[in-house]
Write a protein that binds this ligand. Sequence first.
Ligand SMILES: [Zn+2]
Length: 132
Amino acid sequence: MKDKFLRFMYGRYGVDQFSKFLVITGIIFLLLSGFTRYGGILYLFSLAVLIYSYFRMFSRNHSKRYAENQLYLKYTAGIRKKFSAIRYGLSQRKHYHIYKCPSCGQKIRIPRGKGRIEIRCPKCNAHFIKKS
Ligand SMILES: [Zn+2]
C-alpha cells in the first residue's frame, strides 16, 4: 500500500507553502460555508481551492509550481513577517514582562517572576519600581 503510494507520488511536485495556504484557506471556507447565507457559494469556492491545491501537489510540472510558490512567497512576505513578529511577541510574553519607561517611553524587557524590582532605563537612566 505504502509502496503504491510512493510510486504514485514519484516525480510529483508535493507540498509547498502555497499548497499549505490553499488547504488551510479551503478548510476555513468549508467550515464557514455551514454558517452563512451564502454557504453554497462558499462551499463551491472551498472545493475549488482544495481541488486546486491537490492538483498542485500531484502536478509533474515542477518549474511552474515552483514559480507559483515563489510568487505567493513574494506577495505574502509582508504579512508573514508581521505574523511571525506577533508569534515572537507572544512567546516572549510567557517569559518576560515588557515595561515602558515612564519618562522616555523606551520598551524594556524584564524576566518574569523576580518579585518587586528596580528597573533602570537603559536609554535615559531613569529608575522605576515594578513587580515582575
Ligand atoms: Zn527611559
